[in-house]
Design a protein around this ligand. Structure first.
Ligand code: SF4
Length: 457
């Protein structure tokens, strides 16, 4: 399960392609199937997109071709971006992170008006709506009125970069600067890793122009409700990032502490060590360790060289690759009672394999602790699509929501049996929200409680 996309843009005082390349490389965890860069060199817009990861795909000749001091970049799990369009508001390149729920209806409305499309991608759809405006700011406002969905959008033309965050603020978007350069990115880590400083988050509904003067707010689209994606802090974002004023690392530590507190509340619990599932459970396991004072121990070896730049064709080959990537450190597990922390359970098959591997390696007991409450609903806002059938928790509770600790415990017992663990506990939704530290009303929690942030019409 991965976020669909990450975006990066820069207005620089010199050639900018190297920084865009590094920027999207830092955002690679948000999407690994496609990558792309567009730069503006005077009136000319250069564009290169690829299938695959940033580090594997761009050639030296392409980097040279991407000349200019303004540019945007994109990584994606589902389609090639940026795209380039000629419209009545001029030529521009655009990319976004998000999802348009009413895309089918908008495609057919636009086709009825005479538009044609070369893809079924949402970026082409929203870019064509934007192209109907009087200017880019008007076009973005028009698009925001007509769509039902989420967006963190970058539009590049010869003057600068138009930046817009959807009015619910579901997807993150942050501004930074340094050394005469102005940048925007899905995550702060991508900015700080380039030696620049964070300025501020783009406000929900805000349209900002980045040009040689820096950042100027062009318009504030009215917003009825802010609903930041809570999954960003628990799972999606890099542990080094800060989103809407809150550090991801701090939230992950808090989530681990909450799990340890629950064990305390429920009569105490002892084991020989607490261990993370690499790399996703590290922050949570550290939090559990801090609260419980239990020894922190790596029980898996993460092979950073076992990567691949192509998609393996068979499940068997993929399983073998997964084994090459993470293997058990036998000496650390033999005869041990282990608390194993992870961020979330989707299908349950990966954590089941890890529990099995630990037991094969000699672990006496494995107690799984999961930072996120059970996932009950697919995401409609741009986190890669999961169906109800895929969600493990849905197999254990067919109807209704987890509205009491008894229902949570019922899922936990069934899930523990399914993955072969000696026990399994999730954070409750209340503890999860507490760990983030924002009021519940300012968060999207739809994949846990099913409460729709954006209503279907
Ligand atoms: S439904 Fe879940 S994953 Fe999707 S935006 Fe809301 S909190 Fe994030």
């Amino acid at each position: 399960m991965k976020d669909n996309c990450g975006v990066f843009g820069i207005y620089s005082n010199r050639e900018c392609v190297d920084e865009i390349y590094l920027g999207i490389d830092f955002l690679q965890h948000r999407g690994q199937q496609y990558c792309g860069i567009a730069t503006a060199d005077g009136e000319k817009i250069n564009l290169v997109t690829h299938r695959g990861k940033v580090g594997d795909r761009f050639t030296g000749a392409e980097i040279q071709f991407l000349s200019g001091n303004i540019g945007i970049g994109h990584v994606s799990l589902k389609d090639r971006q940026p795209i380039r369009l000629e419209t009545k508001v001029g030529s521009f390149a655009s990319c976004f992170s998000g999802n348009i729920i009413n895309a089918d209806k908008l495609f057919s409305d636009l086709k009825m008006k005479g538009h044609s499309f070369s893809t079924d991608s949402h970026i082409e759809l929203i870019s064509k709506i934007i192209g109907e405006g009087r200017d880019l700011t008007d076009g973005i406002s028009l698009m925001a009125e007509r769509i039902r969905g989420t967006f963190s959008l970058l539009i590049l033309n010869s003057h600068g970069i138009y930046v817009a965050r959807g009015p619910y603020g579901i997807k993150p978007l942050i501004l930074g600067s340094g050394n005469g350069k102005f940048v925007v990115a899905s995550e702060s880590q991508a900015i700080e890793s380039l030696g620049m400083e964070i300025e501020r988050d783009v406000k929900p509904g805000e349209i900002v122009l980045i040009d040689k003067r820096g950042f100027s707010t062009l318009k504030q689209i009215p917003t009825t409700r802010v609903a930041h994606c809570a999954f960003e802090w628990a799972y999606i974002a890099s542990i080094g990032s800060k989103i809407d004023g809150i550090y991801v690392k701090q939230v992950r530590n808090n989530l681990g502490e909450k799990l340890a507190e629950r064990d305390e509340r429920e009569g105490g619990f002892s084991a020989d060590c607490v261990a993370p599932v690499p790399m996703s459970g590290i922050g949570h396991a550290l939090g559990y360790h801090k609260r419980s004072k239990m020894q922190y121990q790596n029980v898996f070896l993460y092979n950073r060289y076992a990567d691949r730049s192509y998609t393996l064709a068979t499940q068997e080959a993929r399983d073998k690759m997964a084994k090459r990537k993470i293997s058990v450190i036998r000496e650390a597990v033999q005869g041990k009672r282990i608390v194993l922390c992870d961020d979330s359970i989707v299908r349950g098959t990966q954590i089941r394999d890890k529990v099995r591997d630990l037991k094969k390696g000699g672990a006496k007991e494995v107690h799984v602790r999961v930072a996120c409450p059970p996932l009950m609903h697919p995401c409609r806002y741009g986190v890669s699509t999961r169906t109800y059938q895929e969600l493990a928790a849905r197999r254990f509770i067919k109807k209704g929501e987890i509205d009491s600790i008894d229902r949570l415990k019922m899922i936990e017992e069934k899930a523990a049996r399914f993955i072969g663990a000696d026990s399994l506990k999730y954070n409750s939704l209340d503890d999860f929200v507490d760990a983030i530290g924002l009021p519940k009303e300012k968060l999207c929690l739809e994949c846990w409680d099913g409460a729709a942030v954006i209503k279907e019409k």
